[in-house]
Every structure is written in structure tokens, then in C-alpha cells.
Design a protein around this ligand. Structure first.
Ligand SMILES: [Zn+2]
Ligand SMILES: [Zn+2]
Length: 140
């Protein structure tokens, strides 16, 4: 919690109980949830919070780098509590996004023109396929 609070303060963002609660819900999830899912979860403890507030808070968190946004096949944005180096496996059937770490992928060489045209701030490799649960369902 401390790095989160420090980073918010640094960015001039007030650490309100509501913001802490939103962050906590995301931290306790393992499946890169959407704003919608986080909203439904948070209303257990904050019944009066609006979806817009949750969504805007998540976007602000992503902007200041305390959470990450995830590339997604679905229309809804998904969020990632883990901002460290890691990569994603996307299941094309159930939409599940699974984290994995790989030092070789962390240092994947970039096409040189990318470095000329853009300032690169991170590299994430996304592998798509069918997860083991979905593969099993198909088989049975
Ligand atoms: Zn799957
Ligand atoms: Zn992730």
C-alpha cells in the first residue's frame, strides 16, 4: 500500500478511502478485471459510488502508473494491478488473461525505427491461444 500512497501523493492525487478501496479491489483480483467488474465488486462496500467515478479513478491510476491498462479483445478496457515487467497469455475463447514472466521477452530487441519515431516506455509480449480449461471443455 505504501508505494501506492507515495506515488499518488507524488502525482498530486489525494488518497481518499474510496480510491484506496478501488485500488484494493483491483489488487485482490488475479484476472485483469474490467472497470465494470471492479464497479460491481466495490458497490458491496460503497453502494453509492457511480460507475463513472470508478472508471475515471482507474484511468487516473493508469495515467500515474500505479496500475496498468491491458490490451483486450473485448470492448471493455481491462486493468492490471501489476506494473512490473510481465507478459500476457490471452485465451481467445474465454478472454482470460494470464500473467507470466520471462527475462528473454523482457529484453526483446525493438525494430530500430520504433525507437526513432516513439519514446518506448515498456515492452509486453502478448501470446494468444486457448487456455487449458477451454481446451478441456472442447475435448469433453
Ligand atoms: Zn480459456
Ligand atoms: Zn498482467
Amino acid at each position: 500500500m505504501k508505494p501506492f500512497i507515495d506515488r499518488c501523493r507524488q502525482a498530486g492525487l489525494k488518497v481518499t478511502p474510496q480510491r484506496m478501496a478501488i485500488y484494493n479491489v483491483l489488487m485482490s483480483s488475479t484476472d485483469h478485471p474490467s472497470a465494470d467488474w471492479i464497479y460491481r465488486k466495490i458497490t458491496d462496500t460503497w453502494p453509492t459510488i457511480s460507475f463513472d467515478t470508478v472508471n475515471r479513478t482507474l484511468l487516473t491510476f493508469a495515467e500515474i502508473g500505479v496500475i496498468d491498462m491491458v490490451e483486450s479483445y473485448s470492448l471493455s478496457r481491462r486493468f492490471d494491478p501489476c506494473v512490473g515487467n510481465h507478459h500476457h497469455f490471452h485465451c481467445i475463447r474465454c478472454g482470460q488473461i494470464i500473467d507470466f514472466c520471462d527475462a528473454t521477452l523482457d529484453n526483446v530487441p525493438l525494430p530500430t525505427h520504433l525507437g526513432n519515431d516513439f519514446t518506448v516506455t515498456g515492452t509486453r509480449v502478448v501470446i494468444s491461444g486457448v487456455c487449458s480449461e477451454c481446451a478441456e471443455q472442447k475435448a469433453s
